[in-house]
Design a protein around this ligand. Structure first.
Ligand SMILES: [Zn+2]
Length: 343
């Protein structure tokens, strides 16, 4: 009696196991391509990961903040006829050749929270740019926490995020620093009046963006190598604009340069550093500055934060042929692996 029961329950188990195996096989078959209405109806998610990326540089925590994405027009580049014919030809094969990004960066020194460039806000035609504030909040910070803003230059894709379109300061507690040559140029009504019509919007936006900080006594200029932040020195990079300035931070032997608009179209200008952009006010000086800077950065293996490089816009340069290649920081979620190791 007992034995019979055991045999019967054994058969039940076997039947159950067979049913389970059949169900599993059916599920697997649908997974590898069979019809399954439920899977086909899963909605596509059009949002993206939050637009920030953290990088360790010595004791500094650098956070790249995504502001937006755009496409550079080939007519905005100046090079020899042969180089520019090559660019136009390459664009036919590779329409993404001139894709660019816009970014700003936070540096948390442990004592101060510093923003380097502020994105476009609502001052660059709207639409594709102006996400920096959202990225900053996603990164766990508030605009009130920013102590200092260092601006590389006063084009609105770098300072638009400082001020709302109705003239309010977005970073109410921040002291803003900019080169005197830069501030004097863009904020001068006399120079603005003589500027070509195409350049007028740059002057108007710079003046409107600076106004509430000037009024609050929070607009500061530098003209030499004044100390502003411990462990940071100013790197004049003239040409793109009169007071275009880089900010180089060091910590524990590691260095990062926030280089502003040294490069716009990285896939063209790194191979052809002599190619300039029409936005470079002094074309010769912009090319000379780039030709001088790039070899040093490649040789010294300095980490670069480039507002128009592909997100997270952090990387180093490697000499390649007559130009350079970009070695990007690669996404990882492991904080220790994010240490930037000087060569
Ligand atoms: Zn720019």
């Amino acid at each position: 009696m007992k034995k019979k029961l055991v045999v019967r329950s054994g058969n039940v188990l076997k039947r159950k196991a067979l049913r389970f195996a059949a169900a599993l096989l059916a599920a697997l078959a649908s997974f590898v391509g069979g019809p399954n209405a439920a899977l086909a109806q899963a909605p596509q998610h059009h949002d993206q990961v939050p637009g920030f990326y953290r990088q360790k540089v010595g004791d500094l925590e650098v956070t790249a903040l995504f502001d937006g994405h755009g496409v550079f027009d080939p007519h905005w580049l100046n090079g020899t006829k042969a180089t520019m014919d090559g660019v136009v030809e390459a664009l036919n094969e590779d329409p993404r050749l001139l894709d660019v990004s816009d970014e700003g960066f936070l540096v948390n020194t442990g004592k101060q929270l510093i923003l380097v460039d502020a994105g476009a806000g609502t001052w660059w035609g709207g639409g594709a740019l102006g996400r920096l504030l959202g990225s900053l909040r996603s990164a766990g910070y508030t605009p009130e926490e920013v102590d200092i803003v260092l601006v590389t230059h006063l084009h609105s894709d770098h300072v638009g995020g400082l001020t709302t379109d109705d003239g309010k300061r977005v970073f109410p507690n921040a002291e803003v620093y900019v080169a005197k040559a830069e501030s004097d140029f863009w904020l001068s009504p006399e120079i603005a009046a003589k500027a070509p019509k195409d350049a007028q919007p740059f002057f108007q936006s710079a003046q409107a963006i600076a106004a509430p900080y000037i009024k609050a006594g929070k607009w500061h200029t530098f003209s030499g190598s004044e100390p502003i932040v411990d462990g940071m020195h100013l790197v004049p990079l003239p040409g793109h604009t009169p007071g275009h300035t880089g900010y180089e931070f060091s910590s524990k032997g590691q260095r990062i340069l926030f280089w502003g608009d040294i490069i716009h179209a990285q896939r063209v200008q790194l191979q052809h550093p002599e190619v300039t952009a029409i936005f470079d006010i002094d074309q010769n000086a912009a090319a000379a500055t780039r030709l001088l800077l790039l070899p040093r950065l490649a040789r010294e293996h300095v980490l670069i934060a480039g507002p128009h490089m592909p997100f997270p816009a952090l990387g180093t340069l490697r000499k390649e042929g007559s130009g350079y290649s970009w070695v990007p920081v690669v996404f990882t979620d492991q904080w220790e692996a994010r240490a930037f190791n000087a060569k």
